[in-house]
Design a binder for this molecule. Sequence first.
Ligand code: ATP
Ligand code: MG
Length: 389
Amino acid sequence: MSVEYNCILIRFGEIFLKGHNKKYFEDLLINNIKSALKPLKYTFLRSQGRYYIEDAADNSSEIVSRLTRVFGIHSVSPAVKVKTDEEELFKAAVAMSPMSGKFRVTVKRADKRLPFTSAEMAGKIGGALLKASLGKLKVDLYDFDFELNVDIRDNGFSYLFYDKIPGAGGLPVGCSGNGMLLLSGGIDSPVAGYLIAKRGVRINAVHFHSFPYTSELALQKVKDLAAKLARYTGGVKLFVVPFTDIQYAIHEKCPESFMITIMRRFMMRIAERLARREECGAIITGESLGQVASQTMQSMMVTNSVVSLPVYRPLIGFDKEEIIDISKKIDAFDISIRPYEDCCTVFLPKNPVIRPRIAEAVEYEKNLDVDALIDAAVENTVEEFITSK
Ligand code: ATP
Ligand code: MG
């Protein structure tokens, strides 16, 4: 049977809404909800710890799916809204319920002034269903085919629903400030960006591109990944940095085994430069301990030592399978596995150093004009605001 829902109920996490910052967080969350729903038509209502979407007409399922990607939302339910009146409640319950099988009714009553308890009202609505089904429905509180939920709110209305669709959780994007994500075309870095955005960070991304060794399609892949992230973050400011000249210089002037280590140090320095310009409080990478030679403790210490901003590595303790699960969940996986070259596969050394020392890297970099190389790369960086598709 199809139910004529006329409302979408939005529940948000309570934890971050306590204390003095409540208004700030709520305003941010509402703002993020509204920008996620642009340009769809609907009415937004708020009352006492809940938000409601009405007049969504044909857009309901699109709205629900977009809402499940707004961080800070705990869950959403398509619902039937009626006046809090016994007859109205019975009528709606009968109209939206199957007329056979085992069921239970669960009532939650925010409005404590009403002259009945939740259990009493659940009994009455259950009674109305039993009567309407002419004996084909049976109440079973534990082993039921469907559960009809009724939220009686203190705005004079009640909301009847079946599903509680989990939201994205987390905190509203923006409440934790800005971050600069090193975004490659791989599986890990989009997941790292997603996890940090979930904690309220607005994501900027930097990608190092080795044209002509890496193609336009490789760059498109990164933009497509940024667009997937943008579905959760409301948009991603992407910086595409030309990296080929730096790679040439390292290749020419430094030992082959240090190619990746020194490349990473350049990436970090450039990321930091852009991060400071964009007022980001942290650099974010998709590194996971021990995954490859450049992600050993020693390697990460050597790459980390060139920057003073904190570097967040949300995947540090994750196995590849765990990362892939999240990548699939955010719909990035199929893009990440497109087979294009990444800049790190250009000039790939046969035997990368696994335990580099900072002093060695510093020594080899004396052969390079580090500042000039960075200045040129930053100067030729192209900026693009990526929105969700
Ligand atoms: P990913 O799936 O994110 O590419 P990976 O396992 O391939 O990860 P590496 O290539 O060693 O790992 O890169 C480690 C991290 O360095 C990436 O997660 C990303 O944050 C950053 N990185 C690597 N290549 C690039 C690039 N071309 N542009 C921007 N950041 C990069
Ligand atoms: Mg990579």
